[in-house]
Design a protein around this ligand. Structure first.
Ligand code: GLC
Length: 738
């Protein structure tokens, strides 16, 4: 529809019709088995159903076509309904969770995965996905780390911008694409105490330099929607934060798309004590520029009165409604309310070999090898191998956010192992123990089994027999799928105690032990590394998890993943991030010195640092060479080229991720000990070497200065190019900005 036609439509709409375009009702209003991702009062919202502008958490092309047909027929102006869904890392073909995608350090993985997700979801009737999550996360206690790409602003920005491009393509009216919604704006990952829905206290310097850049990059990639976050930022709830939404989002980031609240977030301003009643909350949210109220009665029940009383202008309402109508128009819904979705199209794309291949590639690149003593991996096919643990034959390798997918389509470890070893090679499997300790609080109610003890004893006995038979045991352990995700914060970030007991008992058999950990967050590992000959983080690998893991275990491909978040020694270190400040009394690298910044009972550093991950080969890196030592601040085109020689000195072909870190030696605000400013994956055959170069321009070293501006400052900068954020495997070099 032309813009002039949209404007004419807006003019012709009644006040009620316009207000209802800003109301989103839960999918359960339209069908019983809608996914539930928030708390809503169905009775109250029922009156909004007929004219609500959008709904969420329902999918299924035939169902949605029928709902759309009826909705449009009953709507006074036949305006189409928007269908939104959390397609976070997979609709039917489930990619590795976003944290695992962060571990690939490969934006192409994020882009290709998002393309597959969009193709399947769009064919199933979905118009908008509530993804990517661009929240920077430093606290592994927070269950939603699983949905992030980790603790680094630079990595998060590259990954989330690529996801937006993958979801939206060139034109969101294309039936293979959906509109992307960047969330949770802003700084939800900084939630106090690592819990959901709490407060975030950040200086503007840290907010602008660390927490906001990934949102800006994802919005810069053209995201059509942004979602407000549940948290307060320095005492102001995001959904009522006019500075954040109008000055930063709309003005600084030039965002002119749809701003939707998170589930109930506008109403929750009353709980926060930021609004005395829903009417006050409605006024504050409209003033901040929030366009859609997700699943509450605040807008639907109060905007008409506020306008009649002159408390908010009808122009403000029209502005918001026009953004919603424009989104529907960009999707082409006025011409085709079904966005090209048909059963035939869905059947032709869902879980296709092409889609599975994209998922498989992502799994292979996401696995992070933390230990490999005496080259315990890759496995040799002549070993007597047993797979023991609750993930040895577990179909649920997704994250708790893969709400529209079917775990039955997952390739398990067992299936992949049987395929790989074939019928003539005996391998054995045992679940080994219960996945969870009894009475673990989980999801909507605690997990409990009256026969937990006897069942567990049986599993353990059988596992001991299996372990006795084997030469090599692959332990398949990890968190429960619902021990990460929304509302799953934990203060004990270890795998269940019963699984540690299983590992200890198997260890007593004296066999070679390969430990695989399935997790949606960094874990405290205690003595798991000491008990394992090899240790690999598998995250939540999704539909092709079994195949990807087996390919790496058998050496079809070397592991190449790198940690997107620091793994701590103790949960007491959380929040933990590599790019911290040196402090005025830095703890010396050796020893534990009085009057320095230290713990008496724990190292300061991560046990396994950001950017760390082994391959099956060995790599060397030369000292970094700079083609000049001065970068001109005044010349935006000026650049320094930093080059290293990387050599695969081992006997296995492998990929390595070369990482560029820069340290600003002094600034008008103190600066981190180092910051990731570039990364490149290089594939090298055994004994091959190559040069890897990075361009350093003035824009790369900007930060939020004392002038409250994002700018660079003259001075000295150290350059480290290495294979992770901590290991000193090459000398630093320095340059000056003048
Ligand atoms: C949830 C989540 C948000 C999600 C939304 C819709 O509460 O916070 O990430 O997109 O509701 O399901």
């Amino acid at each position: 529809m032309k813009k002039t036609d949209l404007e004419a439509l807006l003019k012709d709409m009644s006040l009620e019709e316009k207000i209802m375009q800003l109301v989103q009702v839960p999918g359960s209003m339209f069908e019983e088995d809608a996914a539930l991702t928030g708390l809503s009062d169905k009775e109250t919202l029922d009156k909004f159903k007929a004219l609500a502008g959008s709904t969420l958490s329902i999918y299924g092309v035939e169902k949605l076509r029928k709902i759309q047909e009826e909705y449009i027929a009953n709507h006074p102006h036949h305006i189409p309904l928007l269908f939104m869904l959390d397609v976070i890392h997979g609709h039917k073909t489930v990619m590795p969770c976003p944290l695992a995608q962060g571990a690939t350090f490969d934006p192409e993985v994020a882009r290709n995965g998002a393309k597959v997700q969009a193709k399947e979801a769009a064919a199933d009737g979905v118009h908008v996905t509530f993804s990517p999550m661009a929240d920077l996360v430093r606290d592994a206690r927070w269950g939603r780390v699983v949905e992030s790409t980790g603790e680094d602003a630079y990595l998060n920005g590259k990954m989330t911008a690529s996801m937006v491009e993958g979801y939206q393509g060139e034109d969101i009216s294309d039936p293979n694409h959906v509109a992307a919604c960047v969330k949770h704006f802003a700084a939800y990952g900084g939630s106090m105490a690592g819990r959901d829905y709490t407060d975030v206290e950040l200086s503007e310097g840290t907010l602008r330099s660390q927490y906001l850049p990934a949102y800006e990059e994802a919005i810069g990639a053209g995201a059509k929607l942004v979602m407000t976050s549940f948290n307060t930022l320095n005492g102001i709830p995001s959904s009522g934060n006019k500075w954040l939404m109008r000055d930063v989002l709309r003005k600084d980031y030039k965002f002119d798309g749809v701003l939707i609240s998170d589930w109930g977030a506008i109403a929750e301003m009353v709980n926060w004590g930021f609004a005395e009643e829903f009417k006050d909350a409605a006024a504050k949210a409209m003033d901040a520029g929030v366009d859609i109220d997700m699943c509450t009665e605040v807008y639907g029940g109060n905007l008409a009165a506020l306008i009649k009383e002159g408390k908010i202008s009808e122009d403000l309402l029209d502005e918001a409604v026009m953004r919603v109508l424009t989104l529907k128009n960009d999707l082409g819904l006025f011409e085709d309310p079904y966005h090209g979705a048909t059963k035939e199209r869905f059947d032709s794309v869902v879980l296709s070999e092409e889609n599975r291949a994209v998922a498989l590639d992502a799994v292979r690149k996401s696995l992070v090898l933390l230990e490999n003593k005496n080259k315990a991996l890759p496995l040799k096919k002549d070993e007597k191998i047993a797979f023991i643990g609750p993930y040895a034959d577990n179909i649920d390798l997704r994250s708790s956010w893969a709400i529209s997918s079917n775990p039955e389509t997952t390739v398990t470890i067992k299936q992949a192992a049987e395929e790989a070893f074939g019928k003539d090679k005996e391998i054995r499997f045992s679940n080994g123990c219960q996945l969870l300790d009894n009475d673990t609080v989980l999801g909507f109610e605690p997990y409990h089994s009256d026969t937990w003890e006897e069942d567990n004893n049986k599993l353990m006995e059988e596992a001991m027999e299996t372990a006795k038979w084997a030469d090599t045991v692959v332990m398949c352990l990890g968190e429960h799928v619902f021990q990460s995700g929304e509302s799953t914060s934990r203060v004990d970030i270890r795998i269940p105690a019963v699984q540690i007991e299983l590992l200890k008992k198997v260890k007593e058999k004296g066999k070679k032990i390969i430990t695989l950990l399935f997790t949606g967050r960094p874990l405290v590992l205690d003595d798991i590394p000491e008990m394992s000959d090899a240790l690999m983080i598998c995250w939540r690998p999704g539909t092709e998890g079994g195949h990807g893991i087996m390919d790496v275990l058998l050496g079809e491909v070397s592991p190449s993943g790198k940690l997107p978040m620091s793994f701590p020694w103790s949960v007491g270190q959380e929040p933990l991030n590599y790019n911290c400040f040196k402090t005025g009394r830095p703890k010396p690298t050796e020893g534990n010195t009085m009057f320095t910044s230290r713990y008496l009972d724990c190292p300061n550093e991560a046990r396994y640092p950001f950017g760390y991950g082994l391959t099956y080969s060995e790599f060397e890196i030369s000292k970094c060479e700079l083609d000049k030592e001065v970068l001109k601040k005044s010349d935006k085109a000026d650049k320094i080229t930093a080059t290293v020689t990387v050599k695969n000195v081992g006997d296995v072909d492998a990929s390595q991720t070369v990482q560029l870190y820069i340290r600003d030696m002094a600034g008008s605000r103190v600066r981190p000990v180092r910051e990731l400013k570039g990364f490149k994956r290089v594939f090298l055959k055994a004994k091959e070497e190559t040069k890897v170069s990075f361009e350093i321009k003035e824009e790369l070293i900007r930060f939020w200065t004392i002038n409250n501006a994002y700018e660079s400052e003259e001075g000295t900068f150290e350059v480290f190019i290495r294979f992770d954020s901590m290991t000193q495997n090459s000398e630093a070099t320095s340059f000056r900005l003048e």
